[in-house]
Design a protein around this ligand. Structure first.
Ligand code: UD1
Length: 430
């Protein structure tokens, strides 16, 4: 079994380069399905969610060619198959974007219900409402989303989202791109990756206006053509390393970021006593003194991101005083709390609220990464803990972080990958 071993206590010094945004990449790659021609996509992160989505595209008949480590050519001119393989799709949340893309291009899609992190209920009713408003017949049966348009092409429509949903906004945007007429999404999500998907589609010939505001208008076009596009830097990866510096102390220049996307995270860290200096495409993060308590509530962008909630909790565990953390997006995002308690953290959870009483130091412990961001938060906590932290379940972390161990080791963290005998096979032998 592969695990991370962290010996806490080293302050971090140096530079970390941020990779392309996971949540943009996992939407932009399926969007390439709608393009007749070659899409050259740059700044693609090398993470397992991207590997999976590329594997699905290949199964459908796409031609994918790596140009270099982070650049690829995707050619979906000759898609043969519109049935997405069950085993691949159920392992990733973003497989739902294949419905919007296939339905938009071919008027027909069969995609397994998505997987991804277990954060409580993850319904897709708003996605389906959008497709139905645009003239599709959608049925969920045998674990599949089966969607078809009787006359072969979706028609634009007006869709008001009942809640701000990133996935539904992007999926309806995909479906509307090749639809007949105008699609309007109201109460749309505004995350940076929504703007990035719109920019990608527009650079291939789409006509999308208003991405980044809460009303998005999509005037359908007949075709998308090939082109070149570079994915934005990952806001959450950058935020995670910012919390790593806050936790371990030290001074790190985090490069290849869009500082504006980090404002919501920087604001809270500054309130906690962390020093943050914005450059054009970098932020310098310094923490030498003690950390102050703060209250944090997660919200859709530009609010504090829910995908940074476990990482900020790791830092608040070490702040002076009591902080209140409120989860404003997901039903159940505190499954990691028991693991933090093993490190000596004092956290009480009541529904969506966690009350964190800061302690002077955490202690290393064996931990289980129960999902992607919780796993990243365990790394953040382990960097400052006294003693050794061993984290298993790291496949969750590798879904979203490219070379996490190498990037942290390069700034002085004592972190490495270790292999231990598989406990299941041991117990079977025993
Ligand atoms: C995306 C991100 C995830 C992030 C989340 C919120 C990807 C691949 N994942 O997930 O990392 O935590 O945005 O920023 O980009 N909801 C419904 N019905 C729907 C859709 C959503 O009730 O049809 C609810 C969800 O249960 C949740 C809230 O709306 O409570 C927000 O979900 P949404 O923004 O759709 O999250 P995802 O797109 O799945």
């Amino acid at each position: 079994m592969t695990k991370y071993q962290i010996r806490g206590g080293n302050p971090l010094h140096g530079e970390i380069e941020i990779s392309g945004a996971k949540n943009a990449a996992v939407a932009i790659i399926p969007a390439a399905l709608m393009v007749e021609g070659v899409c050259r996509i740059e700044n693609v992160p090398q993470i397992s969610d991207v590997t999976l989505i590329l594997q699905i595209l290949r199964e459908l008949g796409a031609n994918v060619r790596m140009v270099n480590r982070s650049t690829m050519d995707v050619d979906c001119s000759h898609i043969m198959n519109r049935r997405v393989p069950y085993d691949l799709a159920r392992r990733i949340r973003a497989s739902y974007y294949l419905v919007g893309a296939l339905l938009g291009r071919f008027g027909w899609a069969e995609v397994p219900l998505p997987g991804g992190c277990d954060l409580g209920g993850r319904p897709v009713d708003q996605h389906i409402k959008g497709f139905v408003t645009m003239g599709a017949e959608v049925e969920v049966r045998n674990g599949l989303i089966c969607a078809r348009v009787p006359d072969g092409r979706l028609s634009g429509g007006q869709i008001y989202l009942d809640m701000v949903s990133v996935g539904a906004t992007m999926n309806i945007m995909l479906a509307g791109t090749l639809a007949h007429g105008m699609t309007v999404i109201e109460n749309a999500a505004k995350e940076p990756h929504i703007v990035d998907l719109a920019n990608f589609l527009n650079s291939m010939g789409a006509n999308i206006m208003g991405a980044g505001t809460d009303v998005i208008k999509i005037r359908g076009v007949d075709h998308l053509r090939g082109g070149t596009y570079s994915i934005i830097p990952d806001q959450i990866e950058a935020g995670t390393y910012m919390t790593a510096v806050a936790s371990a102390g030290g001074e790190v220049l985090i490069r290849n970021v869009i500082p504006k996307h980090l404002d919501c995270i920087s604001a809270k860290l500054i309130e906690m006593g962390v020093d943050i200096e914005e450059h054009d495409d970098a932020v310098l993060v310094r923490r030498y003194g003690p950390l102050n308590r703060v209250n944090v509530k997660t919200m859709p962008y530009p609010g504090f991101p829910t995908d940074m909630q476990p990482q900020i909790a790791a830092v608040l565990c070490q702040a002076r005083g009591t902080s209140v953390l409120t989860e404003g997006v997901w039903e159940n995002r505190y499954r990691y709390v028991d693991e933090f308690r093993r490190m000596g953290a004092h956290i009480q959870v009541d529904g969506k609220v966690a009350v964190i009483e800061g302690t002077r130091f955490l202690t290393g412990a064996p931990l289980h990464a129960c999902d992607l961001r919780a796993g990243a938060a365990m790394v953040v906590a382990g960097l400052s803990a006294q003693g050794v932290t061993i984290i298993d379940g790291i496949h969750h972390i590798e879904r979203g972080y490219e070379m996490l161990v190498e990037k942290l080791a390069a700034v002085g963290a004592d972190i490495r990958i270790i292999n231990t005998p598989d406990e299941d096979s041991q117990s079977q032998v025993g």
